[in-house]
Design a protein around this ligand. Sequence first.
Ligand code: ADP
Ligand code: MG
Length: 461
Amino acid sequence: MTDETWGHVRGELMKSIGKNNFSAWIEPITFHSFEDGIVRFLVPAKFIGSWVSQNFGDVILRHLISAGVGADRIEFTVDPAAKAKPAPHSADTAPDAIPSPEPVNVGGNNGNGNGLLNASLNQNFTFDAFVVGKPNELAHAAARRVAEGGPVSFNPLFLYGGVGLGKTHLMHAIAWELQTRQPQLRILYVSAEQFMYRFVRALREKDTIGFKEMFRSVDVLMVDDVQFIAGKNSTQEEFFHTFNALIEMGKQIVISGDRAPVDMENLDNRIASRLACGLVVDLHPTDYELRLGILQTKAETYRERYPKLQIAPGVLEFVAHRISTNVRVLEGALTRLFAFADLIGSEITMDLTQECLSDILRATDRKVTMDEIVKKVCEHYHIRQADLLGPSRARNNARPRQMAMYLCKKLTTRSLPEIGLKLGRRDHTTILHGVRKIEELMAVDSQIAEDAELLRRMLEA
Ligand code: ADP
Ligand code: MG
């Protein structure tokens, strides 16, 4: 058996277990060896091995066998190198995973029965399920407005932002809402990729007229991830015409992209300027509050599914602190936590969390460095770094120093001695004292609490 065979089997697995399961569970494992009928895989954490073996062991074996591998069983070993490697779940490389408890996709048409509009909308992507916070409130408000279906007010609505921040979720929510309010509307949701494929197919089948008619006959057109067609010239051209035609007819258009129209290289200038004529709103990276809100909301839905599982206090806060800005990764983490706790029949404790999410946590580790903390704290309190790091015991140096200790402890994975070394070669007990001091003060002194909050936000932004 070779890496190539595994590559092929992976492709088959993706088809049979679905994209979400695939990214959550198969993506993290790597083929190691094949000997004596045993296929060995490396996993980043023990838990992933037991989960995959329990839930997907048979499918994997079956696919291996049909690929001609004379395998009797499969085994998982924790990858000793996993500690050094960035985890597959890091925010930037996160696959297109939507590991929700039951990822449901309603295929078929949009309920308007004409068979043309075979958008597949995710049932979980509703406004009710969308948690609103500072980073997404504008985008949410704009989406809501469009979903009311009143006179077309901003056209097109262009939503943009990084991966996993809720663009697709909002678009589906608009579609669901519009469809409920006005069932007669013809709503078409497509990814830009699908748009292209359909166009190419129409060209091949010499049916561009049918294609044009279809796209021009809708009341609401939503095109997701428009960056995909930037640079694909004939598709862009067609898109531009479709777009203009619909706008002229007063039809609503909603588009998403990974960046602002002006920043999209290779996007036809005419499209960019038309996009800019509508309302352009961005989804900002999540902040701590939003992440916590999302985790709490999702945890509620999991509790219905796993009524026996308890979450120890502080776990959600910890996850919200430590996991990057991408909501998809955050959801994946929670899925894993519940699955793991369910598997071993334990409460979701802090220890369990650390173990179960070790690869994700490692990937987002050191997002904030101690240097950044020192710098920001000094700026915030208007003191010099030499004073913060030096021996001065004056209150206006000592307090910021303790704040730095506190932030280093909370926002990095550094140990107390490491923090001590960084902050002017101080003893770890001094650091511990400083951290506790700030925690005590935060409870009674709102100024300190605010400072801590503000600094944390700036550092995590
Ligand atoms: P994008 O299209 O921007 O890459 P998605 O809309 O696919 O991101 O969102 C990724 C995942 O995160 C989805 O499962 C979505 O439900 C979830 N999500 C994102 N933002 C929120 C939010 N504000 N509240 C609840 N879930 C969210
Ligand atoms: Mg998307």
